[in-house]
Design a protein. Structure first.
Length: 233
């Protein structure tokens, strides 16, 4: 299967980085539609079938509103950076629990994310900035069964492709001693794995299979996180 993503997508994002204002975007709207938005929707459509088998709890939605493709418009209300557009393509693969009311906000349930930009491409799996209750549940799961956490974190399929990322507390979290044997992981405030890809891997013929395999490789990690917050995976 031919990749729907072509080098023109990255060329557009490079040009947008140098011309991040509304007038330029308006003049290049057709180019954005043809080279970025429609190929991204096609990538989502091509991912839907294999991920239904490999990661059935992750929703792959090609709708223009409320779907997997994230908006290119930036929310500048509380940012010093007032440039109006994101210079990347973001595809969010949200957990089914986000749509059934099991969790209060989609960012708090473990999920997947595909990031495409001229600077970097990656697949991210896990949970970024979980709310207090979910974070506490993940830490408790690690402390209660550190062997299960190590098996998930260090699973060959996961660690071969992914590196753990995100931020940590500078001090030990409340209720955990600084000498706790799992303190380095208990200090995490993000539980995310990042698998870096080159742009040529995104435009390659097997790109959909590659992304699908990466999501499959993250299954032990995702299952641990989902079990911790009491959602299926």
């Amino acid at each position: 299967m031919t990749s729907p993503i072509r080098p023109e997508l990255f060329h557009f994002l490079e040009d947008l980085t140098d011309n991040n204002h509304r007038e330029w975007f308006a003049d290049n709207k057709a180019r954005y539609e043809n080279d970025v938005r429609q190929p991204a929707f096609e990538l989502i459509r091509q991912l839907a079938v294999p991920l239904k088998r490999s990661a059935p709890m992750l929703r792959v939605i090609d709708k223009t509103q409320g779907g997997s493709l994230m908006r290119i418009h930036r929310d500048t209300r509380f940012s010093k950076d007032k440039t109006p557009y994101k210079t990347n393509v973001g595809i969010s693969l949200r957990h089914d629990a986000c749509f059934t009311g099991t969790v209060s906000d989609d960012i708090h349930a473990p999920g997947g994310y595909v990031h495409l930009s001229a600077e970097e491409c990656f697949v991210g799996m896990g949970v970024w900035r979980p709310q207090r209750e979910s974070l506490a549940a993940i830490r408790a799961a690690i402390a209660d069964d550190p062997n299960a956490w190590r098996r998930a974190r260090d699973a060959k399929s996961f660690r071969t492709s992914f590196e753990l990322g995100g931020d940590r507390l500078k001090t030990s979290p409340r209720d955990y001693d600084r000498d706790h044997p799992m303190i380095e992981d208990l200090r995490r405030i993000d539980f995310i794995g990042i698998a870096t890809l080159a742009p040529k891997e995104i435009t390659a013929k097997d790109s959909v299979a590659r992304i699908t395999q990466l999501i499959r490789d993250a299954k032990p990690f995702m299952r641990f996180l989902c079990d911790a917050v009491d959602v299926p995976y």
